[in-house]
Design a protein around this ligand. Structure first.
Ligand code: FAD
Length: 323
């Protein structure tokens, strides 16, 4: 294995957290042959993105630039990457599993007759790629066969993004030949999941509440804890289904995927659909009165106790410590 490339996503002139997680995954893959990944940024003017990418522990950064790539289109990206692949013969292309990637990466893989393994959560020796099936109830192992390149997209929160480094990587430019007629769609406004007042995906601290809170009137208890910590409030699905908190605060397979520094789960059992949305958190603390609750299997620290006693005491202790 020689060439592992990771395609970073431009989000309004910045590179988002999930792209840095894809870099971590690509470096893990490249390390199997003692290598580092090469980052790819795509657009009409990618100098700033490339400089940012160069500080993230990659061997090199390639700017794929063309005026017709100023706005994302599936045709533009597919055409540009197809030409890049023909020129460089990479072994793997790693992507963040975003809406945009879900739009064009399958088209690229199909155009080249290659494999796309989507929503990967782990990479083991071989390399073997792990992904969840049936809402996280099963996990499958995949080893790509056939000619290179193979395409891999990685799930948000599954890999830990590395810190920026002071020295930047070398930067190269690749200019694809794209004709306006090849772009069959006219881009509109980028899709936004909901008009979100909160971006849980980039919150460093999250306090999440589950059905253990019993009723909506008790929510201020956890809201106080979140405020004392300076954390965002999140919830398990039943809380949002009941309309106690808005859906944008739901974490899990049908909600948001988060990877904060601290995830404090209060009265949450740890159903698999919840775990897939938060297991990438750096430190998980769980408060639950049931010592056998599955959330304790992923928790770094656990408090077995009644949340109505533990949470007010914790809030007070945090307020005192912060004075
Ligand atoms: P429960 O499972 O009822 O757990 C409540 C916990 O609180 C228990 O462990 C209990 O011991 C504890 N508790 C009770 N009282 C106290 C107390 N006084 N002090 C301390 N602890 C206490 N769920 C999600 O969260 N996100 C999703 O995105 C999601 N998507 C789903 C998609 C599908 C297709 C399906 C089928 C389900 C999905 N679910 C999702 C639902 C999921 O299966 C669980 O039902 C849900 O996560 C349970 O939420 P909970 O942990 O808050 O509640």
């Amino acid at each position: 294995m020689s060439g592992v490339y990771v395609v970073l996503e431009d989000r309004n002139g910045r590179i988002g957290r999930i792209s840095w997680e894809a870099v971590a995954a690509a470096n893990l893959l490249a390390a199997q042959s003692g290598d580092k990944a090469t980052a790819i940024v795509i657009g009409a003017q990618t100098e700033a993105l490339a400089s940012e990418a160069g500080t993230k522990g990659v061997a090199k950064v390639v700017r794929i630039e063309h005026p017709l790539l100023a706005q994302y289109t599936s045709d533009g990206y597919t055409t540009a990457l197809q030409q890049f692949i023909a020129a460089e013969s990479p072994d793997y292309l790693v992507f963040p599993h975003t809406y945009q990637v879900r739009d064009y990466a399958p088209a690229l893989a199909a155009r080249l007759g290659r494999v796309l393994i989507g929503d990967v959560t782990a990479i083991t020796d071989g390399p073997v790629f792990i992904r969840s099936l049936m809402q996280g109830r099963l996990s499958g192992s995949y080893r790509p066969s056939g000619a290179a390149p193979s395409f891999i997209s990685v799930q948000s929160g599954a890999f830990r993004a590395g810190e920026a480094q002071s020295s930047g990587a070398a930067i190269a430019v690749f200019t694809p030949a794209i004709e306006a007629a090849q772009i069959r769609t006219k881009p509109g406004e980028p899709f936004r999941g909901t008009a979100q007042a909160v971006d849980l995906g980039s919150a460093p601290l999250i306090v999440a509440v589950g059905r253990g809170i019993k009723e909506a009137d008790n929510l201020p208890l956890v809201q106080d804890l979140a405020s004392a910590l300076g954390a965002e409030l999140a919830a398990s699905r039943p809380i949002c289904d009941n309309g106690w908190l808005p859906i944008e605060r739901q974490v899990g397979s049908s909600g948001q995927t988060v990877a904060p520094k601290l995830y404090l789960a209060v009265g949450i059992s740890g159903a698999i659909q919840h775990l897939v949305g938060m297991k990438g958190s750096q430190c998980i603390v769980a408060i639950n009165k049931d010592a056998e609750a599955p959330i304790f299997e992923v928790a770094d620290y656990g408090i077995v106790g009644d949340l109505f006693e533990v949470v007010p005491a914790l809030t007070e202790a945090i307020k005192t410590a912060r004075q």
